[in-house]
Design a protein around this ligand. Structure first.
Ligand SMILES: NC(=O)c1ccc[n+]([C@@H]2O[C@H](COP(=O)([O-])OP(=O)(O)OC[C@H]3O[C@@H](n4cnc5c(N)ncnc54)[C@H](O)[C@@H]3O)[C@@H](O)[C@H]2O)c1
Length: 330
């Protein structure tokens, strides 16, 4: 089997639903034969390892461990879903304290065992804040660490495709920016349906509000339908992000990235932006939208700043002025 690279890919949380699906997706897409599965729960990760071996992927060199040193050493690419998922009735923000503590340790493991890592994707929620925590503690450059935010956009794309009865990939520019939570900013002005601007499709303002609501509640809806948090779509999209960082097809759905930009007025946050991930890391551009959309984005940014303050108050990360002591790249 042909692989994109031979570099070591570490999957953190590999015993869980997203993690185990990522291992399988990475092998099916031929990313690398060298995949290490890491989790704190031995029977779970052991079971996933056995299953993956029993798939008998040609050329695969899969290992598993519950020892962070063994896991992180020599890792060149990392994806982490290693944290608690939300249950019915919970928001992503409800996971903040526990998962941000895990994110701080995750960042420290990177700094200690694999400072030479190329790219890291953080999935566990609230992903913008866990990713920010991991970035501060890891010492990595901002373009080396992204968070999974794309599902909000693919949910919007799905809803619009259903609305107009078109194939999903005929809906373009369906993007959400800002936080990956209840306060995300859903943008309509760049959307095209089979090449035609959404504004010319006769969609009522009321119907658009319903579609927006459906997009924001997309993750909760999966929990209602399946009795658990989504796992196939996050697994696939996170693997596509890391594939892009390995030099495969660039990833162009919005990713969460570090933004500290005087011109845009967004300072010291991780948030979804118009982005491209390629072999050189993540690159963002300025979001284009109507004044109303940009005002929504501003609100979403302010919500992220509030959550950032919570992790500062909890002493999970230092105050912003002191971030440089942990990470000279910030
Ligand atoms: N960003 C997104 O779009 C998105 C989408 C869906 C789910 N999620 C989030 O992804 C995370 C994982 O979801 P899941 O469904 O795979 O959950 P899961 O419970 O099935 O798996 C999580 C795994 O992480 C492991 N784990 C816990 N703490 C760990 C640590 N400190 N180090 C290593 N491993 C650890 C657990 O043992 C478990 O095996 C959740 O936080 C969920 O909310 C994010």
């Amino acid at each position: 089997m042909e692989f994109l690279t031979n570099d070591k890919l570490l999957i953190v949380g590999a015993g869980g639903m997203i993690g185990s699906n990522m291992v399988q997706s990475a092998l099916m897409l031929g990313l690398t034969p060298n995949i290490c599965l890491y989790d704190i729960y031995e029977p779970g990760v052991h079971g996933v390892y056995d299953e993956m071996q029993q798939c008998a992927f040609p050329g695969a060199n899969i290992t598993y461990t519950v020892d962070p040193e063994e896991a992180f050493t020599n890792a060149k690419f990392i994806i982490s879903s290693g944290g608690a998922p939300r249950k019915e009735g919970m928001t992503r923000e409800d996971l903040l304290k526990g998962n941000c503590k895990i994110a701080a340790e995750f960042g420290e493991n990177i700094k200690k065992y694999c400072p030479e890592v190329n790219h890291v994707v953080v999935i566990f929620n609230p992903a913008d804040v866990t990713a920010l925590t991991a970035l501060i503690h890891s010492g990595l450059k901002p373009n080396q660490l992204t968070s999974l935010a794309a599902l909000d956009s693919t949910r919007l794309q799905q809803a619009l495709a259903h609305e107009f009865g078109v194939q999903q990939d005929k809906v373009t520019g369906a993007h959400t920016y800002g936080g990956h939570g209840e306060q995300m900013a859903v943008f309509a002005s760049q959307v095209k349906i089979d090449g035609k601007p959404l504004s010319e499709m006769g969609l009522s303002a009321e119907r658009w509000e319903e579609i927006k609501h459906k997009t924001v509640q997309g993750g909760s809806n999966i929990i209602k339908l399946r009795g658990r948090s989504s796992f196939q779509s996050p697994a696939y999209n996170a693997v596509k992000m890391i594939e892009a960082a390995m030099g495969g097809e660039p990833f162009t759905l919005p990713a969460g990235c570090y933004v500290n930009d005087d011109k845009l007025g967004f300072k010291n946050v991780m948030m979804a932006m118009p982005t491209t991930i390629d072999k050189t890391g993540v690159h963002y551009s300025e979001p284009t939208g109507t004044p109303e959309e940009l005002a929504e984005l501003q609100k979403s940014y302010e919500h992220l700043c509030k959550m950032r303050q919570e992790i500062i108050d909890l002493d999970i990360v230092p105050s912003i002025e002191a971030w440089k002591n942990d990470n000279a790249n910030l």
